[in-house]
Design a protein. Structure first.
Length: 281
């Protein structure tokens, strides 16, 4: 995972919190598992996902969102979150959360969203929205957010269709900057942030803001300033990337297995119980 999404790329605004919200790992459970060759990928570590991991005898859960965002003074069975963590420890399950490192890295989650809009790198360019993150030897490793610049403008209706197709959604929320002819508006630039993008996108110059969620007043401010807004649901901008992540992790594990590192035969699964918590009724 460190080769896929180096933790040094995690957003500094998250690291400043009492608990590093860009990654959390739990290792060396006192319970030794007889089978240690199964990894389960999920966006959120819910009770349903935990039960799935136990049933499938997973030894590691890669949870995109870290289960701890703020410091805990105790771990008890009184809350679902703390109970889940304790049950993971009791069943010998380690947890790894890449979160914003996976957002920022080149070829990561935000680039995956951008590719869904471009439908081919020959159709435009992708750049970091908030500046590049450069390694010590001068190589650009990623950056926060993305800005898609299309070589040829497309209409809002075409953009909406591309996003729906890429995320496999039948409906999305759209805030139009103008009420008349909005779906035929000419779009050249799209600012992107997976998950909750209000704080990152606000004030950035783009024809469209594309993210999972923004606050009511952030949307009002954006459309009043002449920027269209597309919201797809926080985790719905993230979950579709898991099969790609699984493929990359399998490749890295196979490379390690070829070097006789003792991890041959590791199986990487995408959770079937991880899902958006809300329903439209």
């Amino acid at each position: 995972m460190e080769r896929i999404a180096p933790l040094r790329l995690a957003e500094s605004r998250l690291i400043a919190r009492p608990v590093d919200a860009s990654f959390v790992t739990y290792n060396k459970s006192p319970v030794q598992k007889s089978i240690k060759n199964r990894v389960l990928l999920t966006i959120d570590l819910t009770t349903a996902v935990l039960n799935e991991a136990i049933a499938k005898d997973a030894s590691v859960i890669v949870s995109y969102h870290p289960p701890i965002f703020r410091g805990l003074k105790a771990l008890t069975l009184k809350t679902p979150l703390q109970s889940t963590l304790l049950q993971c420890a009791a069943h010998g399950i380690s947890i790894y959360s890449p979160h914003s490192a996976l957002d920022s890295v080149s070829g990561g989650l935000n680039d995956w969203l951008a590719d869904g809009i471009l439908q081919g790198r020959e159709n435009g360019s992708i750049s970091s929205l908030v500046g590049d993150k450069v390694s010590s030897d001068g190589v650009v490793e990623g950056g926060e957010g993305r800005l898609v610049t299309l070589h040829s403008a497309i209409s809002m209706s075409v953009l909406e269709s591309r996003i729906k197709e890429h995320l496999k959604l039948s409906q999305i929320q759209v805030g139009y900057a103008t009420s008349s002819g909005a779906q035929s508006a000419s779009i050249r630039t799209v600012a992107i942030c997976a998950g909750s993008g209000g704080s990152m996108l606000t004030g950035k110059e783009a024809d469209v803001y594309f993210t999972g969620e923004m606050s009511h007043h952030e949307v009002l401010s954006a459309v009043a300033a002449g920027t269209h807004v597309i919201l797809c649901g926080h985790d719905r901008t993230e979950r579709g990337f898991l099969p790609d992540l699984a493929s990359r992790l399998r490749h890295e594990l196979e490379c390690d297995a070829d070097q006789d590192s003792g991890i041959a035969g590791v199986e990487v699964l995408v959770s079937q119980k991880d899902q958006h918590p809300l329903r439209i009724v």
